[in-house]
Design a protein around this ligand. Sequence first.
Ligand SMILES: [Zn+2]
Length: 270
Amino acid sequence: MPELPEVETVRRGLEPELPGQRVAEAWGHPSSKFNSAGELVGAEIDDVRRRGKYLLFGLVDDRELIVHLGMTGQLTWHFAADDHLIDKYVRAWWLMEDGGRLQLRDVRRFGRVAVVDAGHYETLPTLHHLGPEPFDDGFTDVMFWAALKTSSRCIKTQLLSQRPIAGVGNIYADEACWVAQVSPISRRITKASASRLLAALRDVMGSAIDNGGTTLRDYRTVDGSSGDNQQHLLCYGRAGEPCLRCSKPLTSRVLDGRTTTWCRSCQPAR
Ligand SMILES: [Zn+2]
């Protein structure tokens, strides 16, 4: 599933292309998750932003196009003549006046397209209640620790909830917990551990952005190529293999529906 680094990589790929573009034609799959795509005909794109795992396209008319990639969403940018790129899994596209085409392909249809008045996210509860951006200067480890302390759920479950921090999914939660030596199944965390965990989240997600995101299966950059960060994972997906810190085998367990990998030896539960 695309997480913050993958969505940020897509954003950076689109930012030089889209501002100033006007939508000439648009189409959305006739389900409520995608059919608002057509509302963009005639609109001009002003900027390309991101909050957590959401892409926000500001429009000159004070609306926003919101795109969430779900599990298998691929948002690509190419020229309309490349019609062979359109298949039955394309859920929405926007054809610009100059011939460029922004296209959302989403095999499993967990993605979402919405058009809202700028800043009005009430119809998208996860976005509306999203925690702070990891790289915001004003977001401190004390704020992060305070947010984690308000819940008794497992640390990893809290990270995936998007409430203490925005943009973290299964891959970077496992990676950051391993780096910070925090147990993902622990329900309590010290201030020092929360500081280490926030630093680790910034570190692993910052590196992943530098590497163009993690492609395990579906994720693609805007030109359709794969990211490189899958070659740099330290813990995620390595269950049974030796911990790169202590050499004991990494443990894996399903936690709240998500496979979780960690080292019982150097990430002891509190
Ligand atoms: Zn270990």
